[in-house]
Ligand binder design. Sequence first.
Ligand code: BES
Ligand code: MN
Ligand code: MN
Length: 462
Amino acid sequence: MQNIDSYVEKNKDRFINELIELLKIPSVSADSAFKKDVLKTASAIKKSLEKAGCDHVEICETEGYPIVYGEKIIDKNLPTVLVYGHYDVQPADPISLWTSPPFEPVIKKTEIHPEGAIFARGACDDKGQMYMHVKAMEFMTSTDQLPCNVKFMIEGEEEVGSVNLAKFVKQNQEKLKNDVILISDTGMISKDTPSITTGLRGLSYVEVEVTGPKRDLHSGLYGGAVANPINVLTKMIASLHDENNHITIPGFYDKVEELSDEERSQMAKAPFSLENYKKSLDIDAVYGEKGYTTNERNSIRPTLDVNGIWGGYTGEGAKTVIASKAFAKISMRLVPNQDWEEITALFKHHFESIAPEGVKVLVKPHHGGQGYVTPIDSIGYQAASKAYEATFGKTPIPQRSGGSIPIVALFEQELKSKTILMGFGLDSDAIHSPNEHFGIWNYLKGISTIPLFYKYFTELSK
Ligand code: BES
Ligand code: MN
Ligand code: MN
């Protein structure tokens, strides 16, 4: 494939400016205050797909936010790649910790990104990474080098569980038919160590509510004589891990697949510095399940974490009160073979069973999804590997990620195709966190690597 590097070089300022325009729209799917902006983003994506040469671009309405679909079918006998991405972003709070406003993108240099990185909510997850595909498509159509058929499906509800996309996929199997699914919504090891994500964890997300007395009480008049929901909730949560940091929910590990020593030693070969890891997070020690390394703990092992906890008085000064209720939001990251609905049921049963007398416990399941693993001997993986090799000069390392994209397992179940996760983000890009950014080097590298995936995938499919 010719000219990609010179095309990127010639157009890079425009590529950056177009992404900046997209990042200015606050498409926060979790907060209904941003509804107009989320819809505006869908229209902007539609226009960008049309400009990139897609046909039949449409905004597909759902019960929630719309899915933007577009395609370029050049020959029914050629393979078809389905590109998936999301145009919604996480809430930006806490805003006060951003060094520049989350929806006023600016380019700043960092130690890891001396060429500059775009700072904005969604810069990496996933507007920046999704837009690399739009620009790669623009290159292929405008230079008449598209080697196969392409379908784009960009949704607006990934960060809130993709519930409506799941329905859309089930109802549109023929429209979405493909030979491989391509996603850039993950990361790689570092700028000089390319990697391809071969696994994602599943997820079960629940909210718990502990209720004690029917109203808030004076903590002097009643303290010590009734169950304090906050004391009880924290004690219940603490009991969910034992002294080795194993999760204590009966049956939780039953279906967890243990990796062989061979697989674990393969994993351990990926470059990793514990010292740098600790330094980057400003911690003096890592923490986790006994018997596993840091990289195992955050990828091949299931976890349970409190994501938020509240109740009682948290305002200025002191108020002497025993709250009537206490709450927490809890996520469990799951590994392949663990079924998220089964785990949710195990959690619910266990959490209710450990409630002491004097409180009522309610467990409300939120959303979830299954984990995913993909073999490295598939044509899709091989094509991606060759593409990275060409642009990075190194064979990428297969690596299982700790994050979740639940729709990937559903794609496999409904569309019967494998997903290739070509991520160009870095762990230090601070996704979901204040000061999220995406390196300009990574953005442009993605745009020049993606067209090669199409080329090699088409060649290997023959
Ligand atoms: N893009 C992320 C997932 C991700 C990031 C996977 C980096 C691997 C590496 C995605 O947008 C995300 O945030 N997913 C959520 C789950 C979803 C159901 C809200 C997650 O992992 O918390
Ligand atoms: Mn994402
Ligand atoms: Mn995300």
